[in-house]
Design a protein around this ligand. Sequence first.
Ligand code: ZN
Length: 279
Amino acid sequence: MTRKKHISYPELIAGFRKKGYFLKTYGKVIERGVKYPLYKLVLNPLCRQTLIITSGFHGEEANGPISLLEIINRVADFSHKMQVRVIIYPCVNPSAFALYRRYNGSNEKWNNYFLHYKLADGQWVGILQPGEEFAAYKIVESSAKEVWPLKRDIFQYRTAEGILDIHQQEGYLKTGDIFAYIYDRRVIYRRIMKKLAKIAKIARNDKTFTFDRGRKILYRIDNDGFIGLHDGTITDMFYRFGCKFAVAAETATRLPLEKVAQVNLIWIMELIKLIAKGS
Ligand SMILES: [Zn+2]
């Protein structure tokens, strides 16, 4: 697949600043001799209820971070109106964004794995089979260096009511262009999917699999466009913290930026509404 050119990491950050937003540094990474400061943006810092937004774990999913820049004014206005604090990590993995590839400049993989699960037989795994019971879980250190400062910083928000992790999917989607990873609250999320269906086609009944420690994990996007997989990702970790709304939103990389931005804005606004309502 040909790689389209997109804005650089400094341009992305400058874009937020040009729109009048202040970005705080929470760490830095150095990859291939280039220093990348890591930034977050805090909207309505004095509000009590919180939505966390992360994007850019995977560099080839560039329209995640770029869409946030496109919609930031709408997010700021709406969250202010609803009195919800929003903590945005717009580009978690900047060297991957700069290189337009999945992992960082040192190719340190699996940067979105935060938990391990202990099975009944004592074995530790990274992903639970659908419906599989577990005896315990533990937070693990990532092999990817950009995750270390993120984790240190994000833990201060571990009581957040919501987290939205924005991703994209390249290839494999046969039936549509959007889907989401959710935990519980299916009826609520189905209502959001209905709104999203006006923007892009929902992927449904699409089977896939992955490998984790030699175990083949079979799972599928279900008929509603959802995957409910305990895969140890940042959303799964926040779910274990007791976070009410933990969603990973996915759009196909082939979807135009304008639509990606609309989809992500709907997710953000709907989650802000839910958090404000306390439902
Ligand atoms: Zn991803």
